[in-house]
Every structure is written in structure tokens, then in C-alpha cells.
Design a binder for this molecule. Structure first.
Ligand code: NAP
Length: 243
């Protein structure tokens, strides 16, 4: 059984990705930071429907915790054939109002977390000469969002990292791609009021927000051999919001 590591899988998009990859036959490492109960529930849901999953705590912005998590996953679930770099936080506000800590935290989780996890996964995938890394970017990383300058830059960085790493790891049989979601119904957007949600739906040609399952389907496609000749690409899942 191949193993998929999904970061930030206790809630939202990550939880949907973990469940979707379990139905595709992967043993799933459900990474979380603070939502232990929810991560354990996701793993339990997968296990009780005949899959294999276990929850692993690690802050993806801490390279030592990431290293230890991949060692634990290798020991308990036997490696990592697929890595989904999904863990992320958002910050909405003006750049000049951001503290050093807020900027550092955003860059640490949303950009460096992807780098640290990819590095550990590559060490496991390289000797086997196979694997797939899927990074969750954002449409704001493609076009930029006002009041989300650092978030947008981190996601643009994730897109650049994806393209470069795809070239570096392609000759070793490892594919690296991005899914770039539009506005998805998760806790990350729970602060938006009804009027803003309606406006966002109106700005979306498909006239609705995305669901975590919409994103999970795209990830599942990029994880398996149906997409075996696709690497270094950005797959938008945004209802046509940007094209
Ligand atoms: P969410 O519902 O807020 O969930 C975030 C997840 O990331 C949680 O499982 C959380 O774990 C985890 N996480 C946060 N910081 C972490 C850290 N330092 N180490 C490990 N895990 C951490 O967010 P979401 O909407 O599902 O977003 C998932 C990804 O999609 C993010 O990268 C986000 O930027 C991207 N995205 C989202 C949207 C959207 O509209 N929702 C659009 C574009 C892109 P704990 O709860 O355990 O702390």
C-alpha cells in the first residue's frame, strides 16, 4: 500500500484530500498542528471505512518537527509516495500594519512549510525513483490580492518552487504540481459576511464557491498515473474566477 502525506489535514481542504486519497487506496498520514481531536477523527473515519490512516502532529514551519514527522511516518506507514502540501494560514490586512511576527509566521507556514516538507519527501522518493508532490497554492498567488500581499507572495513562491522542483526531480521520476484554488468554503473564509460571499459568488462564472471536495478531486488526479505526463503545472480550481 502506498502512503500519502497530507499536511493540514485536520480540517477544510486537507481533510477532504485525506479522505479522497484514502478512497484511492493510499494509507494516509493526517498531519495537524492544533486540532488534534479533529485530525484523529479524520483518521478514525478513514480506518472505520476500511482504509488506513494515522494522525501526526507537526508544525510545518519548523524543519526539525517536519524531519521527525517524516521519520515517524516512514516507520509507521512505510514512506511517502505522495505529499500534499496543504497546511496554510491566511492574513487579511494592510502590509504596513503587519508585525514582524505576523510576516514571519505567514512565510514560515505558507512558503517554507512547503519547502521543508518537500525536502523530506524528496529524500524518501528519490531512491525509489517515483512519487508525486502536490502543492496547494491559491489564485491570489497567480494574480495578487490587495490586503493579502504577503499571503499572495507566499503562494506565488509556492508556484515558482513547484516549477523549479519539477525540473529538478523530473529526471528521477518524481512529479511536482500545484492546485490553485479560488474561494473555497472552509474555516479560512468563515469570517466573510453574507454580502461578501454573495459578491464572490457573483464574480465567479460558475456562480458558487468551491468545496473542499472540488479541490480534493484535482489533487487525486495529480497524485495518480492518469496525470503521469504532467509536471510543473498549475491546475486552477476556481470556478472560472480568474482565467
Ligand atoms: P483551514 O480550513 O483554515 O485549515 C487549515 C489547515 O492547516 C488546518 O488543518 C490546520 O491545522 C493546518 N495548519 C495551519 N498551520 C499549520 C502548521 N504550521 N503546521 C501544520 N498544519 C497547519 O484552511 P483551508 O481553507 O482548508 O486551506 C488549506 C490550504 O488551501 C491552505 O494552504 C490555503 O492557503 C489554501 N487555499 C485556501 C483557499 C480557501 O478559499 N479556503 C483558497 C486558496 C487556497 P490545525 O487546525 O491542526 O492547526
Amino acid at each position: 500500500m502506498k502512503t500519502a502525506v497530507v499536511t493540514g489535514a485536520s480540517r477544510g481542504i486537507g481533510a477532504a484530500v485525506a479522505k479522497r486519497l484514502a478512497t484511492a487506496g493510499y494509507a494516509v498520514a493526517v498531519n495537524y498542528l492544533s486540532s488534534e481531536k479533529q485530525a484523529r477523527n479524520i483518521a478514525e473515519e478513514i480506518n472505520s471505512s476500511g482504509g488506513v490512516a494515522e494522525a501526526f502532529k507537526a508544525d510545518v514551519s519548523d524543519p526539525r518537527e517536519v524531519r521527525k514527522m517524516f521519520e515517524d511516518i516512514s516507520e509507521k506507514l512505510g514512506g511517502a509516495s505522495v505529499l500534499v502540501n496543504n497546511a496554510g494560514i491566511s492574513f487579511i490586512g494592510l502590509l504596513q500594519d503587519m508585525s514582524d511576527e505576523e510576516i514571519g509566521r505567514l512565510a514560515g507556514v505558507d512558503f517554507l512549510g512547503t519547502v521543508y516538507c518537500s525536502r523530506e519527501a524528496a529524500k524518501i522518493m528519490l531512491p525509489k525513483k517515483e512519487g508525486a508532490i502536490i502543492n496547494i497554492a491559491s489564485m491570489w498567488g497567480e494574480v495578487g490580492a490587495s490586503c493579502e500581499a504577503v499571503y499572495s507572495a507566499c503562494k506565488a513562491g509556492v508556484i515558482g518552487f513547484t516549477k523549479a522542483l519539477a525540473k529538478e526531480l523530473g529526471p528521477s521520476g518524481i512529479r511536482v504540481n500545484c492546485v490553485s484554488p479560488g474561494v473555497i468554503r472552509t474555516d479560512m473564509n468563515s469570517g466573510l459576511d453574507r454580502e461578501t460571499i454573495e459578491e464572490l459568488c457573483g464574480d465567479t462564472p460558475l456562480l458558487r464557491l468551491g468545496t473542499p471536495e472540488d479541490v480534493a478531486e484535482a489533487v487525486a488526479f495529480l497524485a495518480d498515473e492518469r496525470s503521469g505526463f504532467i509536471t510543473g503545472q498549475v491546475l486552477p480550481v476556481n470556478g472560472g474566477f480568474i482565467a
